[in-house]
Design a protein around this ligand. Structure first.
Ligand code: ZN
Length: 397
């Protein structure tokens, strides 16, 4: 997820926070300090409510993190690499690389998060009970009760049986276990997720109509988000099935089309950009190493009069350290989502820092269509195809 701030590592897993969490934290602290805490415990100074509200909100965030950490640790236990945990507006995301080895692992990974949330609810409820027995302040009791309720809601809501919620993964894992067809199971969970999203949207509108209170819109937003995510999930399942076994190296274009950092913009446009059907191109430095990507829109911003003197290297739109490069051995299905939806729709394929080829969203679409015809791309017949690793010395190509 983009626009995240790295918080650090937990059990070796990078933890980040999306900026939208700030919004939710502000809303939470404000709601706690202005409404919930004063209602449960009267008579404190406003500043006391605000301080306690901040503490409660931070504890809430920690509970959210514990939920995701539970998913991640169980996943890692079963050999699934965890790239990162990111907290954002609607909760947390554990970014897993690869898939669970079997249905039981999938089930346990999915269950771990909600179970930790429910356990957290139990701990906070017990804390509230102990605090009230020991004569702890009404403020502490109110805060703990709120944390218990919210964690219980989090656990139960996430167990609703539609993808992409945890309950959807539970459903998919159980269906996979029972019927033995993983793709069909995930598709079914995706469909249930779409229905669930539709129900939430409807419920939200009904609430707005019946209560004349706009808080129901929150349900509408949540439902809409669920429908979108469930649809993405079913598309992903279909892609995975269609593109199984196809690697980036099978569909990439070689030799790659590219420019040189030392080339003038005018020369690059005349000899490369206008001759190839791309909107963004890799750029190599004089040692033949990838220096980044340059887009037609960026080139167009160079004033016409300067295009003979400005070098392509001066106007690189994506520097190499921010360029997503692919390895020929990468499964195409893992590269496909970014190519189909990302901003660039072209990725350089690199071996040991050397540009080997390029892959575009068209290559993915073509491979998908060929796969539906029951064949894989045959690169032997293409005029553009040569052995993978060579780079022609002529910068004009
Ligand atoms: Zn979860």
């Amino acid at each position: 997820m983009r626009q995240t701030v790295r918080l650090g590592r937990l059990a070796g897993i990078p933890v980040g926070v999306h900026w939208s969490v700030l919004v939710i934290m502000l809303l939470l602290v404000q709601g706690l300090a202005d409404v919930i805490l004063p209602r449960g415990a009267r008579g404190y100074a406003p500043v006391v409510y605000w301080v306690v509200a901040v503490v409660v909100a931070v504890l809430f965030l920690a509970a959210l993190l514990a939920h995701e950490l539970a998913h991640s640790l169980v996943a890692r236990h079963y050999g699934v690499r965890v790239r990162a945990i990111t907290l954002w507006l609607l909760g947390g995301v554990s970014e897993l690389d690869g898939e669970a080895p079997h249905a039981r692992a999938d089930l346990l990974i999915a269950l771990a998060g909600p179970l930790v949330s429910l356990a957290g609810a139990g701990v906070f409820a017990a804390g509230a009970a102990v605090a009230s027995v020991l004569g702890g302040g009404a403020l502490a009791v109110t805060g703990l009760v709120w944390l218990a309720v919210v964690n219980a809601i989090l656990g139960v809501f996430n167990l609703l049986p539609g993808a992409p919620l945890d309950g959807g993964r539970v459903l998919a894992a159980v269906l996979w276990w029972v019927r033995g067809d993983r793709a069909a199971a995930r598709r079914a969970a995706g469909r249930v997720g779409m229905v669930l999203g539709g129900v939430l949207i409807a419920a939200g509108f009904v609430e707005v109509l019946l209560t004349a209170n706009f808080s129901g819109l929150w349900l509408v937003v949540l439902g809409w988000f669920l429908v979108m995510a469930a649809r993405a999930e079913t598309v992903d399942v279909m892609l995975r099935k269609t593109l199984a076994g196809i690697r980036v190296g099978d569909v990439m274009t070689t030799p790659a089309v590219y420019g040189y950092t030392s080339q003038s913009v005018a020369d690059f446009v005349a000899t490369v950009a206008r001759r190839h059907p791309h909107r963004i191109f890799p750029v190599l430095d004089l040692d033949g190493r990838l220096a980044g990507l340059v887009s037609l829109t960026r080139l167009a911003k160079v004033p016409t009069a300067d295009r003979g003197t400005v070098r392509v290297g001066e106007v690189v739109s994506v520097p190499v350290d921010r360029t997503r490069v692919l390895d020929p051995a990468t499964a195409l299905v893992d590269a496909a989502p970014a190519l189909l939806s990302g901003g660039h729709r072209l990725a350089p394929v690199v071996i040991d820092g050397r540009l080997t080829g390029i892959v575009t969203h068209r290559d993915v679409a073509r491979a998908t269509e060929l796969a539906e015809l029951g064949v894989t791309p045959d690169r032997g017949g293409s005029a553009e195809t040569t052995s993978g690793t060579q780079i022609p010395a002529d910068p004009g190509r």
